[in-house]
Write a protein that binds this ligand. Structure first.
Ligand code: 26W
Length: 839
C-alpha cells in the first residue's frame, strides 16, 4: 500500500515568471482569458499568438526593470543610438531564443493543443506575428542587429527612433510588376510595446526668433514657434541572449497637443481645428520608402527627423538632470551615435537646448556637443547624401538655421586658420552649399559636430576619407575610423537555421553563439565524411522546405538538388540584379542553342523591394518576372533552370532564404556598396559568395580564404580609371556575342512579346551610359559563374568550402563590431544586471 497518498507538492511557480511547461500553459490561458478577454473555444489564431506574446513579454519585464534600476543605481555611461529606421523583424521567436524558453513554450503550446484543438501549432503561431517593418534595408537592419549585441554584451544603451504607424510597404507582384500595399502592422496592436504617456515631450517648429538681453545683460535668442506637437514614447524591451540585460527601444509617436479647443467650435471653423490635429499626427504616419536612392527633400521627412531627435534629446537631458548631474557632464554620461545623417539635426538641436533653454555659453555648449556625438556614414552615393534647402530650414527651423550659420562661421574661421587663402577649400567644406537654392550639407554638419566619424567597411572608410569627406579627413584625421559591419548570429543562424546550429553545437558546444570566433573549430571537421554528409543533408532539407514553400506560394516546382543561386536585397541599379539576369539569359540561350548541353541545374531566386517612383528598379523587377515566365515554361530547358521572384522581401523572408542558399550574389559595382550585410548572413549559413571587390565582400574573402570565394570584376580603382577614360559600352556589346544576343533579346521584346518596347529604357540606359558598368563586368561574371557551376559538381569539395565559410565568418558578428565601437568610439563598459524577482 503506497504510503504517501498525496502527491508531492510542486511549488506553484508564479504565473508571470515561471518557466516550466505547466506554468507556461497556465500563463498562456491566463493571458488569453484576462488580457484578451477570450476563452479557448472562440479564440482566433491572432488571439492565441497574442496570449503567447504576452506570456513571453511577462518574462521579459523583470529583466527590463532590473536593467533600468541597475543603470540608475550605478550611474552608468549610456550609449544612445539615434536611427530613423529599425528593421527589427518578428519579436516572438527572437525573445524565445534569448530567454532560452523556445522548447518549453513550444511544448506548452503543443500540450495545450490536446485540450484546445483550435489553438494553432507553434510554427503557425510564430508565423502570425506581423513584423515591425520600421526600416528600408541595410541601415535599419544593422541598427536592430546592434541592439541585440548591445544587450547581449550587457552595454547600457537606449535606442531612439520613430514609431511609424505604417512601416515599409508590403510588396505584391501583379503581372510581373511590384505593387505597394500599405503595411498595417499595428492592425491588431503590438503586444511588445508599452506606451509611456508620463514621459511625453513637446516639440515645436516654424515661427520666428527674437533676440533679447536677459536679466544679466547676456545676449539671448527667443524662438517663438508657430506649431507644436506632443511626442509620446512607446518602449520595447530588447533582451540580450541568455542575459538579464534588457535595454530599451524608445520610439516616438506624434500627437496633437490640444485635441480640440472648443472656442473655435463656436466660430464654426471646425475643420481647421481638426486639420491641425490630423497634421500633427501625420508626422509619424509613414516611413519614407526610399533608401540610397534619390534623396527627395520632402519637408515632412525633415519634420520627422527633427521630431524624433528633439524628443530624444529632451528625454536624455531630462534623464541626465534627474539622475546623473548637471549638463556640463552630459557628454560623460551619454554618447549619442548618429545612424547616418538622418538624425544629424541633433547637433543643432542640442545647441538650441543648451544655449536657449538651459542658457549655457555657446563655447561650453559646443564643447559638450562635440564631445557627445559620433557619426556613421552608410553610403557614398551622391544621391543618398542629404542636403536641405535654406528656404525650408528658414520656414521650419528658423532658430536652428541661425545656429547652423553660427557653427559654420566659427568652423570656417578654424579652416581658414589651418589653410590660409584656400577659398576653394572653404567653399568645399562649408556647411552651406551656396549653389542654386543654397542647401545645408547634413554630412558636413555631422562631421563638424561629432568627435568620431566611421565608415562601415574597410574600403568604404578609405573611399570616405579619399572622396566624400576628404577635406574633413585631412582636417580631423583623428576622428576617422573604420567599423566594419556585423550581423547577429542569434537571429541569423541560431534562430533561422536551427538544424545547422544544432549540428555545430553538437560538435563544438554553444559558446559560438556568444563568441562567433569559436566557429573556427569547425575547420577540423572538413575532412570528416560523416560530418560533411550531415552538413549536406541539412542544406538539402532546408532547400526542400523552401522548394515546398515556393511551390505553394508560386506554383513553381523547383529541384532541391539544383544550385540555389540567390540575390535578395533592395532593388537598386548599383547592386546590379540586371547583371544576374544577363547571366540567366546567357545560360538559357546556351540551352536553346544546344538543348543537350551538360549544364549545372540552377534555381535563381530573387527578392527585394524597389523604392516607389524609382522606375528603373521597378522595370528590373518586371524584367526578372518576364525572363522567369519564358525560362520556366520552355520545354527545351527541361527544368534545368528555374527563375523565381519571391515577393515581399523582409526579415521573416530573409530568415527563410539565407539558410537555403548555395550561392550568394554580391555583385555590386566596386566602390558602390558601402558594406552589405546580407553577404555576411549568407556566408554564416554556409553559402558560397560570388562577388566583386566591394564593401565587406573584400573582408569576407580575406577571412574565408580566396579559394572559398568566387571573385570577379573590376576593382574600385579600375572602375575609377575606366570612368575617367570615357567608357564606351558599345565596345563590349560588339565584342561579346552572348552579351549582344542577351541585350538584343531584352531590348527588342523577346521577353515581352506583347509589348516589345517595354524594356527599351533599360537597353537605352545600358547602351548610352551603363553607369554601373554591366557590359564590361559581364564577361568576367559569366566566366566566374562557369567556375561556380564546375565547383558545384564536386559536392565534397563544395561542402568543404561551405564549412570553411562558416568556420571563418566569426569576424562578421555584430558582437565584434559593437565591442569595437565600445572600445574605440563610445568608451563604455559592460554593466552586469543581477536577476531579481520584483513581486
Ligand atoms: C534617401 C535617403 C536615404 C539615403 C541613404 C535613406 C537611407 C539611406 C541608407 C544609408 C541606405 C542604406 O541602408 N545603406 C546601406 O547601409 C548598410 C548598413 O551599413 C550597408 O551594409 C549597405 O552597404 C548600405 O547600402
Amino acid at each position: 500500500m503506497n504510503k504517501n497518498i498525496n502527491p508531492p507538492i510542486i511549488p506553484m511557480e508564479d504565473n508571470r515568471t515561471g518557466l516550466s511547461v505547466e506554468t507556461l500553459k497556465r500563463a498562456i490561458l491566463d493571458n488569453l482569458f484576462y488580457v484578451q478577454g477570450k476563452f479557448p473555444a472562440i479564440a482566433t489564431p491572432q488571439d492565441y499568438y497574442r496570449a503567447v506574446a504576452y506570456t513571453v513579454r511577462d518574462r521579459l519585464l523583470q529583466h527590463w526593470f532590473n536593467t533600468s534600476e541597475t543603470y540608475l543605481k550605478e550611474n552608468v555611461r549610456i550609449v544612445a543610438y539615434l536611427s530613423s529606421e529599425f528593421l527589427l523583424g518578428p519579436h516572438l521567436s527572437n525573445n524565445l531564443i534569448n530567454l532560452g524558453i523556445n522548447e518549453a513554450v513550444c511544448q506548452a503550446v503543443t500540450e495545450l493543443k490536446s485540450d484546445f484543438p483550435n489553438i494553432p501549432d507553434f510554427a503557425e503561431i510564430l508565423e502570425i506575428e506581423e513584423e515591425p517593418g520600421l526600416g528600408n534595408g541595410g541601415l535599419g537592419r544593422l541598427a536592430a542587429c546592434y541592439m541585440d549585441s548591445l544587450a547581449t554584451l550587457e552595454i547600457p544603451a537606449i535606442s531612439y527612433g520613430i514609431r511609424y504607424e505604417f512601416g515599409i510597404f508590403d510588396q505584391e507582384i501583379e503581372n510581373g510588376w511590384q505593387k505597394e500595399i500599405t503595411d498595417k502592422w499595428l492592425k491588431f496592436g503590438n503586444p511588445w510595446e508599452i506606451v509611456r504617456p508620463e514621459a511625453e515631450v513637446k516639440v515645436k517648429w516654424g515661427g520666428h526668433t527674437e533676440p533679447y538681453f536677459d536679466e544679466n545683460g547676456r545676449y539671448q535668442v527667443k524662438w517663438i514657434a508657430h506649431k507644436e506637437v506632443k511626442g509620446i514614447p512607446y518602449d520595447t524591451p530588447i533582451l540580450g541572449y541568455k542575459k538579464y540585460t534588457a535595454n530599451t527601444l524608445r520610439l516616438w509617436k506624434a500627437e496633437a497637443v490640444e485635441c480640440l479647443n472648443f472656442s473655435i467650435f463656436k466660430a464654426g471653423d471646425y475643420f481647421d481645428e481638426v486639420q491641425d490635429k490630423v497634421d500633427s499626427e501625420n508626422l509619424t504616419k509613414i516611413l519614407y520608402p526610399n533608401d540610397d536612392t534619390c534623396f527627395t527633400p520632402q519637408p515632412l521627412r525633415l519634420e520627422q527627423q527633427y521630431f524624433f531627435v528633439s524628443c530624444s534629446l529632451q528625454d536624455i537631458i531630462r534623464l541626465h538632470l534627474k539622475y546623473k548631474g548637471s549638463l556640463d557632464t552630459l557628454h560623460e554620461k551619454f554618447t549619442l551615435q548618429l545612424n547616418d545623417t538622418h538624425p544629424a539635426i541633433a547637433i543643432a538641436e542640442l545647441m538650441h537646448l543648451l544655449v536657449d533653454e538651459h542658457h549655457l555659453e555657446w563655447e561650453q555648449a559646443w564643447d559638450i556637443t562635440t564631445k557627445t556625438f559620433a557619426y556613421t556614414n552608410h553610403s557614398l552615393l551622391p544621391e543618398a547624401l542629404e542636403r536641405w534647402s535654406i528656404r525650408l530650414f528658414q520656414s521650419l527651423l528658423p532658430r536652428h538655421l541661425q545656429i547652423i550659420y553660427e557653427i559654420n562661421y566659427r568652423f570656417l574661421q578654424e579652416v581658414a586658420l589651418k589653410y590660409p587663402d584656400d577659398r576653394d577649400r572653404l567653399r568645399r567644406m562649408s556647411l552651406i552649399d551656396e549653389t542654386g537654392d543654397r542647401y545645408i550639407r547634413m554630412a558636413h554638419l555631422a562631421s563638424v559636430g561629432s568627435y568620431a566619424i566611421n565608415g562601415v567597411a574597410a574600403l568604404h572608410t578609405e573611399l570616405l576619407k579619399e572622396e566624400v569627406l576628404q577635406d574633413f579627413a585631412q582636417m580631423y584625421p583623428e576622428k576617422f575610423s573604420n567599423k566594419t559591419n556585423g550581423v547577429t548570429p542569434r537571429r541569423f543562424l541560431l534562430l533561422s537555421n536551427p538544424k545547422l546550429a544544432d549540428l555545430i553545437s553538437q560538435k563544438i558546444g554553444e559558446d559560438w553563439i556568444n563568441n562567433l570566433e569559436e566557429l573556427r573549430q569547425l575547420e577540423s571537421f572538413v575532412d570528416r565524411p560523416d560530418f560533411c554528409q550531415k552538413w549536406r543533408n541539412i542544406k538539402l532539407s532546408i532547400k526542400q522546405e523552401l522548394a515546398h514553400y515556393i511551390e505553394q506560394e508560386k506554383g513553381i516546382k523547383i529541384d532541391p538538388y539544383s544550385l540555389f543561386d540567390i540575390q535578395a536585397k533592395r532593388i537598386h541599379e548599383y547592386k546590379r540584379p540586371h547583371l544576374n539576369v544577363l547571366h540567366i539569359i546567357t545560360l538559357y540561350n546556351k540551352i536553346k542553342a544546344n538543348p543537350d548541353i551538360d549544364i549545372t541545374p540552377r534555381t535563381f531566386i530573387f527578392g527585394g523591394k524597389a523604392t516607389p517612383g524609382y522606375f528603373m528598379a521597378q522595370l528590373i523587377i518586371k524584367l526578372i518576372n518576364s525572363v522567369a515566365d519564358v525560362v520556366n515554361n520552355d520545354p527545351d530547358v527541361r527544368d534545368r533552370l528555374k527563375v523565381v521572384f519571391l515577393k515581399d522581401y523582409n526579415v521573416k523572408f530573409a530568415q527563410r532564404v539565407y539558410p537555403a542558399a548555395d550561392l550568394s550574389e554580391q555583385i555590386s559595382l566596386a566602390g558602390r556598396e558601402a558594406s552589405g550585410t546580407g553577404n555576411m548572413k549568407f556566408a554564416m549559413n554556409g553559402a558560397l559568395t560570388i562577388g566583386t571587390f566591394d564593401g565587406a565582400n573584400i573582408e569576407i574573402r580575406e577571412a574565408v580564404g580566396c579559394d572559398n570565394f568566387f571573385l570577379f570584376g573590376l576593382t574600385e580603382e579600375e572602375v575609377y580609371a575606366l570612368k575617367a577614360s570615357d567608357y564606351n559600352p558599345w565596345y563590349y556589346y560588339h565584342q561579346n556575342s552572348y552579351l549582344r544576343h542577351a541585350i538584343d533579346q531584352i531590348g527588342y521584346g523577346f521577353f515581352s512579346p506583347q509589348d516589345p518596347e517595354l524594356f527599351r529604357p533599360l537597353l537605352d540606359n545600358l547602351m548610352t551610359s551603363d553607369e554601373y558598368l554591366l557590359l564590361v563586368d559581364y564577361g568576367f561574371y559569366i566566366e566566374c559563374q562557369e567556375r561556380v557551376s564546375q565547383a558545384y559538381r564536386d559536392l565534397e569539395n563544395w561542402t568543404k568550402m561551405s564549412i570553411l565559410n562558416v568556420a571563418r565568418i566569426g569576424k562578421f558578428s555584430s558582437d565584434r563590431a559593437i565591442r569595437e565601437y565600445c572600445q574605440e568610439i563610445w568608451h563604455v563598459e559592460p554593466v552586469t544586471v543581477e536577476p531579481k524577482n520584483y513581486l
